[in-house]
Ligand binder design. Structure first.
Ligand SMILES: [Cu+2]
Length: 218
């Protein structure tokens, strides 16, 4: 079962590409095998009348219809893939305008840890490397960096965006299940890069509210 909205998007896009590729492969390889068997070389075989001859202009073969059919089918498949891809990109790059109180966090990358700041200004030391979010709510993250280029990614969530000083990249997701997931830096940022990991803690809404309300406002 998918754990987040982004994973659903990527899985369905992957499925669309895969199933179309399988359908095209089956048609192409079936025809290939059929023609290999049907037109195999036999003692009675002879050259067809329209065989190209060296030094002579080729005769029109009158296959315009099959060309139109194959070009049209290819166009339809490409258009379906383009629409599916742009739909997914649009969904992933368009964060919801309104999220619940406590569901929009600032993510700041440092050499070599992640700092998470909550809408009420909460930045207790234990939110270093631990991002708590409620399940079943849209979550919006404003990702930036305090020093060098980093890349914020959540493994299993299919989420990744650059963390760049002076710039804010917005990502969003909707967690489907509670549990812990690994946050990792995906851009070589110095000697501590490999240790730059964190935890996404997806909590029940009640547990998250209790934690969020108990945090001290600085
Ligand atoms: Cu890093």
């Amino acid at each position: 079962m998918a754990v987040s909205s982004t994973q659903v998007q990527f899985d369905s896009l992957f499925g669309l590409f895969t199933y179309l590729a399988i359908a095209v492969s089956i048609i192409v390889f079936s025809l290939l095998i059929y023609f290999i068997v049907k037109y195999r070389d036999r003692p009675s075989s002879r050259q067809p009348n329209d065989t190209p001859i060296l030094g002579k202009l080729p005769r029109s073969r009158g296959h315009a219809k099959s060309v139109v059919v194959t070009v049209s089918l290819s166009t339809i498949i490409l258009v379906v893939l383009i629409i599916g891809s742009f739909g997914a990109i649009d969904n992933i790059l368009t964060p919801p305008q309104h999220v619940c109180p406590g569901c929009a966090m600032e993510v700041t990358a440092h050499q070599f840890y992640w700092q998470f700041t909550y809408p009420n200004g909460t930045k207790p030391y234990d939110t270093r490397d631990i991002l708590r979010v409620p399940v079943g709510e849209n979550i919006r993250l404003n990702v930036t960096s305090a020093d060098v280029f980093h890349d914020f990614g959540i493994i299993g969530y299919d989420i990744k965006t650059d963390a760049i000083p002076g710039r804010t990249n917005v990502v969003w997701f909707y967690p489907h299940t509670t549990g812990n997931f690994t946050i990792q830096c995906f851009e070589l940022c110095g000697v501590g890069h490999a240790t730059m990991k964190g935890t996404l803690m997806v909590m029940s809404q009640a547990a998250y509210s209790a934690w969020y309300d108990s945090t001290v406002v600085h």
